[in-house]
Design a protein around this ligand. Structure first.
Ligand SMILES: [Zn+2]
Length: 337
């Protein structure tokens, strides 16, 4: 193709994320392109979203070495569309703990690491079982290995420079993801959270559940949701106690687990990026097969909960259900049809 304007091809090739706009304009002028032409070209590329303006702080936070820069270069433009400055630097300084090296938790941790979250720690005990293997998470070869180190390898495969060291005692992460099947119903699991925001992301039975995202003191909490369930059915406390007593087998298809992990990752990044109110504040999203179309359930603050989120005019939970999200009455959907 003919170059319609001398120097135009060089101008476009120079937009590689490594040069400042001032340098690009100076080089274009040297190539004989008038400032008006450069202005029109840059405006057209910006409006078509073919060019994204990057914050200098984000460029500095891309990590050392050509491989880290190459990985960040494919992720950063999507992050940079958030109307907030230095979003990549902000992700690089964030710490997220994933509680549960599950078929949701491990791919979720890997996606967060690949998306620039600087510190991602997967917590779990015990050994990997054959059914834990999932695309982007634990592998078939991991069977029998300690869950936490196999999960760390899954994160390292996509992002070798991510910090995976446990946080010092008493230092809360920016967010903890509860990825065990019944973690949100288990007071012990919730007590193990060291503070900061909490997001539920799991597959219960065959249903993916993302949310609520709990920002302490500002949104409804896991106890609020539990109280709504108690209001709807007095049998709920007994059922919840049974559900959390034993470690359930892995469940959920690969498709359900990965969609759940990706939806959860989007909520985590929306929270870290401060990109507007995430969908799962005071709510959870369920993904049920076969269509896996997201269904939102509201969990407003409960007036009897002491978390401080309830406001006097609060109405009862919409669509409150005595059964947990997923509606399964047996742990992990082992019932036949
Ligand atoms: Zn509450």
């Amino acid at each position: 193709m003919l170059d319609p304007l001398p120097g135009l091809g060089r101008l476009i090739r120079a937009l590689d994320g490594r040069r400042s706009e001032r340098t690009i304009r100076a080089d274009a002028a040297r190539d004989g392109l008038g400032p008006g032409v450069v202005e029109v070209v840059l405006a057209a590329l910006r409006s078509a979203r073919l060019v994204t303006d990057l914050d200098p702080a984000d460029l500095l936070a891309m990590g050392a070495g050509p491989a880290a820069v190459a990985r960040a270069a494919v992720e950063l433009p999507s992050a940079a569309v958030v109307p907030r400055s230095a979003v990549w630097r902000n992700r690089a300084s964030a710490a997220v703990v994933v509680d549960g090296a599950t078929r949701v938790g491990v791919p979720l941790a890997a996606v967060l690491a690949a998306s620039g979250v600087g510190r991602v720690v997967v917590r779990d005990e015990g050994s990997v079982r054959a059914a834990d293997a999932v695309v982007g998470g634990l592998t078939a070869d991991d069977e029998g290995r300690p869950r936490s180190s196999a999960a760390a390898d899954a994160v390292r495969r996509v992002s070798p420079s991510t910090d995976q060291r446990p946080l010092p005692p008493g230092v809360p992460p920016d967010l903890t993801v509860l990825a065990r099947p019944w973690a949100a119903s288990d007071p012990v699991a919730v007590r193990s959270v060291d503070g900061g925001a909490v997001l539920v992301a799991t597959v219960r039975g065959e249903t993916g559940v993302v949310g609520p995202l709990v920002v302490p003191g500002a949104t409804s909490c896991l106890r609020c949701a539990d109280l709504h369930r108690r209001d709807a059915d007095g049998r709920w406390p007994g059922l919840a106690a049974q559900l959390v007593t034993a470690e359930p087998p892995a469940s959920g298809s690969t498709l359900t687990c990965l969609l759940t992990a990706l939806l959860a990752a989007g909520q985590v990044l929306a929270y870290l990026d401060d990109a507007g109110a995430p969908l799962t504040l005071d709510a959870s999203v369920e993904l049920r097969p076969p269509d896996l179309i997201p269904r939102v359930r509201r969990w407003p603050p409960h007036p009897s909960c002491g978390c401080g989120a309830a406001r006097p005019e609060q109405s009862p939970a919409e669509d409150a259900d005595p059964l947990p999200p997923g509606g399964e009455s047996s742990p992990q959907g082992r019932m036949g049809r």
